[in-house]
Design a protein around this ligand. Sequence first.
Ligand code: ADP
Length: 634
Amino acid sequence: MKYDIHFAIAGLIVYVMILVNLRIQYNNGQNSVIKLRNLIIGLFMADLLDIVSAITIAFSEYVPVWINYVTNTGFFILEALCMSLLPVYIRYVLDPEHGKKSIIDYINEIIVGIFGVICATSFLTKLVFYFEGREFKSGVLYDLPYVLGIYFILYSFIRLMQSKRRFSRRQFATIVGFICISVSGSILQFFIPGSVFVLYFVFSIAAVVIMFGLETPDNIRLEKTLLELKRSESNLQEALERAQAADVAKSEFLARMSHEIRTPINAVLGMNELIARETTQPVVREYSADIADAGQALLALINDILDMSKIEAGRMELTETNYEPAKMLHEVNNILAGRFEEKGLKFKIKNNPEIPRVLRGDDVRIRQIIINLLSNALKYTETGSVELMADFSKLDESHIELIMSVKDTGIGIRDEDKEALFESFKRIDLEHNRKREGTGLGLNITKSLVEMMHGFINVESVYGEGSTFIVHIVQEIKDSSGMGLYEDMVSKAGSKKYKASFKAPGAHILVVDDVRTNLMVIKGLLKQTEITVDTALSGAECLDIIKTQKFDVIFLDHMMPEMDGIETMKYIRDDKSHCNQDTPVIMLTANAIMGAKELYIDSGFEDYLSKPIDWHELEQILVKHLPEEKVERL
Ligand code: ADP
């Protein structure tokens, strides 16, 4: 045969493989993939016609010359057409949605049209090819298809280079490789004998390169996903900003609400305490005890809700101090022993006497944990006893694991309920618990606090027999001598009769609050201590009074109209003309939300006392800040 068509046949096989691969792997409806498929089909058809025409020419003695004209005309037209499909494909690579056309693309289409006409009329004009007798002859424009092919390849290359930055280095290397291979194919065909058909084989290799390098479906999917991710990221950011704004609003609302609710409770509980102390009528004392119970329950509820929102907002913080576990147990006993007694339950606190005498940790929160567990034991036990056991195990020279367990003989917890126990707002075993008040927040708060202290909480329970809650937390040792047996230290638990813990007849303090009842409450609470209590109803009045009188301690309310506590404090510290420069100023606040304490300390306050005022705390804070020589312990 006159022509060597082996390479052309190999090219056909490669095109078929590419088409199969496109069908199987890249079948994603992407525009660029469709255009690549069209290009490959075009190349396949041109290659096929090249082979067919080579055969018909080889056997021209047996084939009518018009057939040779048809096959060759078809081949030349297809050749130009399929090469013009390359820029179309590149257009869709660059603009997958619309494959935007430039003016040159329109001009290219015209060029292909003109070339098609030239080829189709070549049997008349002999411009591209013609037959002399039965022999194939090249016309003057015979090389035009190759020149056009090279032009379309270079044009595509330029288009790609213009958008170079959009491609990764790997994609860019692919593009360069593709162009080099295709151009070298045209050049090769130009220089090797025309009877060896290599062009379409080289193109098929270039097509493989571009298919695997540029049309990577995984890459495209990845890019799409990245785009979606970016979009959802900005949505998330917006949602986050909205949520943060809502969170700030919530915190502000909570701060305001806590103040608004605590202020009247403060007045109610304070006045009630005065009634209980001063009345001689047993029935009034009973009523007052009921008011105290209800008030304390309301307060506990508000505190729980505030704690929960602090925990949820990630704003709960621990404040570590040195503390004596014995004192903490004593406080717990003071708060709860009476309530166990009232319910007819035995209440015992036991401890390992070797527990270090002074530890470092957040004793206020540990006390809260124990009180939560003991309050539950009290709530869910009708007969029998409740026992608090404090134990420890030594971790290293400076740390112990404090183990507190609260054991009751109450209603117990079913095995299947144990998991839900620590979820917020979750109350279990409702058929038995309907009559018992509760929010389902206590154990959730307890667990969160324990976890903040890098500890854990366990529960063991037999339904109908009782439960034991065990808390493990790590604490630092500050004095390793043993605390001794708690039972030996306690004189008599649960004594409800008030007795002041100290007297300070020579002390003189000032209390500033815009609510008159609050002033009366503090005055009343301090009656037995014999402290002289002066009062002021505003910041301005306070600034007036301190000019002429020296006080041992000043209590300043936070939320006051016109000049609030913090502003008043600023004036007290800035004004050097009065005689109370060194007087400790203590913030009185109903604002129990987080960050408040830091705010007060930063503003120059010595300490703060939260409302409703607890007389224990009031007395403790006074003992701490009054001059020692004026305090007479009772
Ligand atoms: P609350 O007591 O306000 O309902 P908690 O979070 O403190 O919420 O407790 C969740 C649930 O766990 C309670 O509703 C109760 O059913 C159960 N529970 C807690 N402590 C005990 C206990 N000592 N004995 C039996 N059940 C308990």
